[in-house]
Design a protein around this ligand. Structure first.
Ligand SMILES: [Zn+2]
Length: 109
């Protein structure tokens, strides 16, 4: 009924549909996971002292407690980006310079 050519075309179409489906599933899974992890996180707003832009920040309450009890941001959030640590420091000190105005280098050490 089908020539070899159209069979091959159908297979390619099927593969591409399957790839789309897998991608959508991966997106949903990642979203679910993220929501679960950040479910009980504190949400707060940071205002940049330089450009006055507002940023929503999510804070892990367990880590925040560690930090509030005298931990260093670089120890408590050792796996986070420097920009995120700057935000946490900003939340505590009340002084914050946002990403766009930031003068620090983003590093992944
Ligand atoms: Zn700014």
């Amino acid at each position: 009924m089908f020539s070899e050519g159209s069979k091959e075309q159908l297979r390619l179409q099927w593969d591409s549909l399957e790839a789309d489906k897998q991608e959508a599933l991966a997106r949903i899974r990642a979203k679910k996971q993220r929501n679960l992890i950040t479910e009980d996180w504190l949400e707060t707003k940071l205002v940049c002292n330089n450009c006055a832009s507002e940023h929503d920040v999510l804070i892990d309450p367990v880590k925040w407690k560690e930090y509030a009890n005298g931990g260093y941001a670089q120890d408590v959030w050792s796996e986070a980006s420097k920009a995120y640590r700057e935000q946490m420091i900003g939340v505590r000190s009340g002084y914050h310079i946002c990403d766009d105005c930031g003068f620090w280098e983003d590093d992944d050490e």
